[in-house]
Design a protein around this ligand. Structure first.
Ligand code: SF4
Length: 303
């Protein structure tokens, strides 16, 4: 029987030194670097150019892994999008009609999104599309129940201003000349405070939520002149859902970004190149088991 992984490895002619790509920063980049430097290297440097059909076979493989999604990330993106659409649709209705209409819109839009499950590629959910549909419906329904029973939902349904959702707001800002990427999720304005809401399907992590809240405050300060913000999170905590808010501190975000950027930039060699061996593997089987690069990583180890 053919062993495709061996064939990919045999066909590979890799140079261990690569040009460093343009540097930008995001919370997910920070998180990747913190979790495993080898995974960070594969994601931001090694996989570059893997879209080209003449690229090295291992680079192709790394690029495909980079582009695959996790279940929690995919469902979070879907429901955040659906939530935004549904809130936007009901805001000009009479207050008494909004909840019912919101429920219908949310369900309809979600079903439309779930129509395309066959094309969804998740690295941590290899089961058939029917199983994915069942699980996604169950999880989205849990988030929805928690949301409509919360006070933040009342805030959203009360709004009627035409521009109340900042849907097209350009979230572009720079720290020490480096572009910072950030998606705060659904966002709107209460008197004197910018608010955001994100639905998270991964297990709740206090530190990541705190960092996201600080970054939202920093963004608001840089872009709109006030860092007065409130970030709402609807998140899994064990089997339960919970919703909570955090006010952000722009200064803490700035500190985090500076420290994190220094550590990442130290890995770039004077000639503007990066070297595989400068990015160690984490060596924790429980982390590797959940990593999208597990195959590429083990093939590289054997080269
Ligand atoms: S498989 Fe493990 S060591 Fe390799 S990139 Fe992933 S987390 Fe890091």
């Amino acid at each position: 029987m053919r062993n495709f992984l061996r064939e990919i490895k045999a066909a590979s002619e890799l140079d261990p030194e690569l040009p460093a790509t343009e540097f930008s920063w995001s919370l997910s980049r920070h998180e990747r670097f913190r979790r495993c430097e080898r995974g960070y290297f594969l994601h931001y440097y090694f996989a570059q150019g893997g879209w080209d059909r003449y690229a090295d076979s291992l680079v192709h493989m790394a690029y495909a892994a980079k582009k695959s999604l996790s279940y929690a990330w995919w469902l979070g993106e879907v429901t955040n999008r659906v939530l935004e659409e549904a809130v936007d649709r009901v805001r000009f209705l009479a207050p008494g009609a909004r909840l019912r209409r919101f429920r219908n819109c949310f369900e309809d839009y979600l079903l439309e999104e779930f129509d395309h499950l066959d094309s969804v590629r998740l690295f941590d959910f290899p089961l058939p599309a029917e199983d994915l549909l069942r699980k996604a419906q169950f999880d989205a329904a849990g988030a929805f129940r928690m949301l409509v029973s919360s006070s933040v939902f009342g805030m959203l349904l009360r709004q009627q201003r035409s521009n109340f959702l900042h849907r097209n707001e350009e979230y572009e800002a720079y720290c020490d000349g480096v572009r910072i990427w950030f998606d705060p999720g659904l966002r709107w304005e209460e008197p004197g405070t910018r608010c955001s809401l994100r639905i998270l399907y991964s297990q709740y992590e206090e530190e990541s939520c705190r960092q996201a809240a600080d970054l939202f405050s920093w963004y608001s300060r840089e872009r709109f002149g006030s860092g007065n913000t409130l970030s709402f999170f609807l998140a899994r905590d064990g089997e339960e859902w919970k919703i909570f808010s955090l006010s952000g501190h722009a200064g803490s975000a700035e500190e985090l970004m500076r420290e994190s950027m220094v550590r990442m930039k130290r890995k770039i060699r004077p000639g503007g190149t990066v070297l595989l061996s400068d990015f160690p593997e984490i060596g924790l089987p429980e982390v590797c088991r959940e990593c999208r690069f597990v195959q590429v990583c083990s093939l590289l180890r054997e080269l």
